[in-house]
Ligand binder design. Structure first.
Ligand code: UDP
Length: 237
């Protein structure tokens, strides 16, 4: 697969055109940002881990019936994906209180929910990704009612599959963010990435954080945490 000109550069990835108009190449960087780009840094080796991990998890999800953008891993940092137009919604599933949920509702981190929750943020950097409900998304024509229903059902299915997979690895899936896109024929597929950048992953035995919160909160051991979850994933594939 030949890499043509760069289509755009995001915070953690670059995207390139290919000779096939329906296929793009994603290249994962070691750059890390947090708090809507206010905090910047690098996590050595992150791009390699996120590329592999996201691809392995997407393949697991495909097998379980969730359509994704994944096509083929090209090398340690680059993957061919189906070209989509991203639905500008960040879809967040939570199993345990943490992060902005804990802050917003005054709930200690670690409170386990009886049922997973779902929320949407409007993917818009200038506005700081404001929280929105599905009626707001409909009003702004970000997606149709049918697309929103499908996205919700995929998101809960992803949670079930990943929660049980990570549990086998001795890792608790606390929460995560998904993005969906539309193929040229309108089919909704899971896109973007699934990695310690976009999931909260806690060691099931010790509660130790094995994700980007170590970077956000200056806890140290960021590279080791990413390597540790990758290692556990590979051992349990
Ligand atoms: N998340 C993400 N990108 C974002 C916001 C959140 O990947 O722009 C992920 C985050 O890593 C966590 C989950 O979504 O796993 C829930 O994040 P939360 O709303 O608690 O926000 P945060 O505390 O990360 O600001």
């Amino acid at each position: 697969m030949e890499k043509l000109e760069q289509l755009y550069e995001g915070k953690a990835k670059k995207v390139f055109l290919t000779p096939d108009p329906e296929i793009l190449i994603v290249s994962y960087k070691d750059d890390a940002t947090a708090f809507n780009g206010l905090k910047k840094g690098t996590i050595a080796g992150k791009g390699v881990i996120n590329n592999r991990m996201s691809n392995l998890l997407m393949q697991l999800l495909e097998k379980a019936g969730v359509p994704t953008h994944f096509v083929e891993e090209l090398n340690e940092r680059e993957t061919a994906v189906k070209r989509v137009s991203i639905v500008p919604l960040e879809v967040i599933i939570r199993n345990i209180a943490a992060g902005s949920f804990s802050k917003r509702y005054g709930v200690p981190e670690g409170v386990v929910f009886d049922e997973p929750t779902i929320e949407f943020s409007y993917k818009n950097d200038e506005l700081g990704d404001p929280l929105m409900n599905s009626y707001h998304a409909l009003a702004l024509k970000l997606a149709t009612r049918e697309e929103i229903e499908l996205i919700k059902s995929y998101a809960f299915k992803v949670d079930e599959i990943l929660r049980s997979f990570w549990a086998e690895c001795g890792v608790t899936l606390v929460d995560f963010k998904l993005e969906f896109g539309r193929l040229s024929d309108g089919t909704i597929v899971l896109a973007d990435e699934i990695s310690p950048d976009t999931c909260r992953l806690w060691d099931s035995a010790t509660g130790e954080k094995l994700d980007k919160d170590r970077f956000r909160r200056d806890m140290g051991g960021v590279e080791d945490a990413y390597a540790e979850v990758m290692d556990r994933l590979l051992k349990n594939l």
